[in-house]
Design a protein. Structure first.
Length: 340
């Protein structure tokens, strides 16, 4: 019987921990059977820090803990690109950073972190246009900057994954696909996130259409869902910190079963494409937000993350997509014992 096309499961680990300590996060990841995690916020003993602010000593401590818990980093879940495109007061708290210094400092720091944690993937975003502006008016400027970021990553043998999210230039699948087309760089892929579309008022049909638009540039998938949103102008400004109706992948409005069934057919070719760039496979990265989410993160707790993982596994089983969670043979192997 032919082997089912398969994915690699990971999770943004800070969502699983109420206090964001590394030990909390890694305990939850290992207990759920995950072998990969994405690194965003963590407390390594000196307070909670974004991954971009980690010191060398904290990186070394995390690497030691990774070995202890049998974990590898899937991606650096950086905030690269979550800044203003233009230095204009638009009523938001988004900051502006001159791009030349941003590229030299922040983007290069993200690359250094990816090498330190031995991952090939950096997650990022497509910049904020002025609030209530038409994002299409800023496509050229966003594409120019993202192209430069992709080039820096590519020169470091890394890949930059552009995630769609409300209020950014790339807030829809079509806009992300257009950015990808304009940049046209091997160092750039797209990261699909269904809930980030549903919260903008897009219907299940809209979400699937945008999924289709993103497929040529797809790199990996974030897994979270949301209950149907009503009375929202599609693509309009979203108050992200007020979002409170995130749900597991088998409970929301996005129809993950249809999306993942469609993904199944492209998995072998996509995995080969990614493997040529040193990426081990196609990641499905859990970011459930089931206890709430906002502009720069969310939380699920250890119970919520477990619920979200089991929901995802049910959808994967339904769509005949393979995946691996740690089992007893893995535990024996970690102890140096032959399972046979």
């Amino acid at each position: 019987m032919p082997k089912a096309p398969s994915v690699l499961l990971s999770a943004i680990a800070d969502e699983s921990a109420f206090h964001l300590t590394a030990v909390e996060q890694f305990t939850a990841m290992a207990a759920m059977g995950l072998e990969y995690y994405s690194l965003r916020f963590v407390d390594v003993g000196r307070g909670v820090k974004n991954v971009m602010a980690l010191s060398l000593a904290e990186i070394q401590k995390l690497r030691h803990l990774e070995d202890e818990y049998g974990l590898n980093v899937a991606s650096i879940a950086s905030p690269i690109g979550k800044i203003k495109l233009v230095d204009r007061n638009d009523g938001t708290k988004n900051r502006y950073v001159p791009f030349k210094s941003y590229l030299a400092k922040d983007v290069r720091k993200a690359c250094e972190l990816a090498h330190a944690f031995e991952t090939k993937l950096i997650r990022g975003f497509s910049f904020y246009p002025p609030k209530d502006a038409d994002p299409r008016d800023y496509l050229d400027e966003a594409a120019d900057r993202i192209g430069q970021i992709a080039e820096v990553c590519h020169r470091s043998d890394l890949t930059f994954g552009l995630e769609g999210e409300a209020n950014l230039v790339g807030r829809s699948g079509e806009l992300l696909a257009e950015i990808h087309r304009r940049v046209n760089h091997p160092g750039l892929v797209l990261v699909f996130d269904a809930a980030n579309l549903v919260v903008q008022g897009f219907s299940p049909a809209d979400v699937f259409r945008q999924w289709q638009a993103m497929k040529p540039g797809l790199g990996w998938v974030h897994i979270k869902d949301y209950r149907k949103v009503t009375a929202t102008r599609k693509g309009a400004h979203v108050e992200e910190d007020s979002l409170a109706n995130f749900v597991p992948a088998d409970r929301g409005a996005a129809n993950h079963a249809k999306i993942l069934a469609d993904l199944r057919g492209m998995l072998p070719a996509l995995a080969r494409k990614l493997e040529r760039r040193g990426i081990p496979g196609v990641f499905l990265d859990l970011e459930p937000h089931v206890r709430g989410g906002g502009q720069f993160g969310g939380t699920s707790g250890p119970d919520g993350m477990g619920i979200a993982l089991r929901a995802l596994c049910r959808v994967l089983d339904q769509t005949s997509i393979g995946y691996h969670l740690r089992d007893f043979d893995d535990l024996l192997a970690a102890r140096g014992i032959d399972a046979d």
